[in-house]
Design a protein around this ligand. Sequence first.
Ligand code: GEK
Length: 241
Amino acid sequence: MSKDAIYATPQEYIVDFAFDERVASVFPDMIRRSVPGYGDIIALLGLFAEQYAQPGSTLYDLGCSLGAATLSLRRRIKADGCCIIAVDNAEAMVERCREHIAADLSPTPVEVNCADIREVVIQNASVVVLNFTLQFLPPHERLALLQKIHRGLLPGGVLVLSEKIRFADEQSQRFQESMHLTFKRANGYSAMEVSQKRQALENVLTPDTIEQHRERLSEAGFCQIEPWFQVFNFASIAAFK
Ligand code: GEK
């Protein structure tokens, strides 16, 4: 696995973070060292496929990057006749994702599309995964996406939404952020790397609070909202139709 050293040298100008070739080539290392609980969430997503994939339905992985969530779903689907649609709008990610899927021998068919998730049609869905993707959409466009997902889900279907979260309470925000910083430092990122990356993400990744997520999911029509995972300022919520 190639090591992420994108922000290891001082940069004269910090440009906004983008999912380009450079990021795609170090992505597995970057996300594991930056997102506490990422590996566990990926593994546990498979259980949602096992439990909630309905026969003949479609599972969606929106913002699939290199396909880690898709592979986890694919390996644990028990229902017959399912297929998976994985979508990402970064060409560099999609190219590598296709290679990873091709190298995996599980039988469920997977279609990998290079597209914007705001443009994708969702239908006949039993499981939809947004694993650390919604946070990259402009906040005012998030509700429409969740409404579209809700419309495309079958009764009993589930959306699994993982996000970096923020805390309305200042003391909580300080605590959770400082633990996240400690996590990244413990994983070998220097203070300079952390600070340059933070600047690069500032205009690109806008976290919501868990309460905002709850309200938006409920406004989109989801009837049961279950936070099921949290480490520091990273959380995952299951929302049922
Ligand atoms: C994983 N889910 O490994 N349309 C399509 N893709 C998008 C859009 C959009 N509008 N906006 C962002 N992306 C993955 C990790 S990474 C999370 C997801 C992170 C894509 C973007 O290209 C990138 O690949 C992904 O969403 C976010 O489980 O890097 O923190």
